[in-house]
Write a protein that binds this ligand. Structure first.
Ligand code: DAH
Length: 340
């Protein structure tokens, strides 16, 4: 493009914002007889014939644009009625305008990630559409495990080798396959399960899973890290307890409860009158899983854990229906506008 045209365009763009106060300056710079823009109009006739039409059009458009800007601002200034200072009521409440806010799931997801990042866990991400290996086989799921069934998992119609990940443990597999130990990562993400939608379960939800692999990792270390997490998340006085459980990819496995925040441990319908609520699953990584992912289980050991974000947010914000997260009802969402 002709450098003069380019220069005028840039000047016009710069001017556009403050033209209101400098209307006369604007007129002199772009619309007066002596302005560069007017001179360019005069140069059209000197341009080679086959380029003349195009050049003429560009310069005329520019001129028209400058004129329109000028007219619009002139009109605005002329039609504005002057207001006398005494007519302005400075005590009148300001107009409220709505601001966007983070979704409660994002708020809690960020909090969980920040807590683990503080103690050295790096965050990793990966595909929502996965294959059987990363979601099940590498994680030691037996062939007949119900999660492999169409009833429980969404498979991709066009190619049933692919499925929507049912947990973000698939990212643990991807990390183990690609990074040499020591490994210390968290895997936040959306997961999918073929569940009936009710107040307590949904076909989409979010998880953060964690993975730590090094030499001679102990169960006690895991417990301490999870206690640290619970205290950071729910307050210094939070109590935890671990119950034995089963997951194909960890041995031994446990589920962790915290003392119910709603009733303070006295018993209510959220904790089913037990005083405790489950918040995560965890365990020492099964040696088969390490070997499946190319890590020598004789040399390395580790722990893993996984928690559901919606559940965590339910406890934190005292929400009693998981469906609220996915309905995008502004009356619900706007309540979190001022939550950090
Ligand atoms: N993947 C499990 C689930 O979706 C949660 C879980 C439990 C993850 C134990 C882990 C773990 O990494 O060690 O229910």
């Amino acid at each position: 493009m002709n450098p003069k045209v380019e220069k005028i365009k840039q000047q016009l763009d710069q001017f556009r914002v403050e033209i209101g106060e400098h209307l006369e300056e604007f007129r002199l710079q772009f619309l007066s007889k002596k302005s560069e823009l007017q001179q360019l109009l005069g140069e059209i006739k000197n341009v080679e014939p086959d380029l003349r039409k195009e050049f003429g059009q560009i310069v005329n458009n520019l001129k028209q644009y400058a004129q329109e800007l000028f007219d619009a601002h002139k009109d605005r200034i002329e039609s504005a009625t002057p207001v006398h200072a005494s007519e302005i009521d400075v005590t009148r409440p300001a107009t409220l305008y709505t601001v966007g806010a983070l979704h409660p799931v994002s708020i809690v997801m960020n909090q969980v990630c920040e807590i683990f990042e503080k103690i050295g866990f790096a965050s990793v991400s990966g595909p929502d559409i996965e294959d059987d290996w990363h979601v099940f086989s590498a994680l030691n799921f037996p062939q007949e495990h119900p999660a492999r069934d169409m009833q429980d998992t969404f498979f991709v119609n066009v190619n049933p080798e692919f499925l929507l990940r049912t947990h973000t443990s698939s990212l643990q597999v991807r990390t183990m396959e690609t990074c040499p130990p020591p490994i210390r990562v968290i895997c936040p993400g959306r997961v999918y399960r073929n569940e009936t939608i009710t107040a307590r379960s949904h076909c989409i939800f979010h998880q953060v899973e964690g993975l730590y692999i090094a030499k001679e990792v102990s169960f006690a270390e895991m417990k301490q890290v999870l206690l640290f997490f619970a205290k950071e998340m729910f307050g210094e006085e939070t109590k935890i307890r671990l119950r034995p459980s089963y997951f194909p990819f960890t041995e031994p496995s446990a589920e962790m409860d915290i003392e119910c925040k709603i009733c303070g441990g006295k018993g209510c319908n959220v904790c089913k009158y037990s005083g405790w609520v489950e918040i995560l699953g965890c365990g020492m990584i099964d040696p088969n899983v390490l070997d499946n992912c190319g890590i020598n289980s004789k040399e390395y050991s580790g722990y893993a854990f996984g928690l559901g974000i919606e559940r965590m947010a339910m406890l934190k914000f005292k929400i009693n229906d998981i469906r609220l997260y996915f309905e995008n009802d502004v009356r619900f969402l706007s309540q979190f506008a001022y939550t950090q």
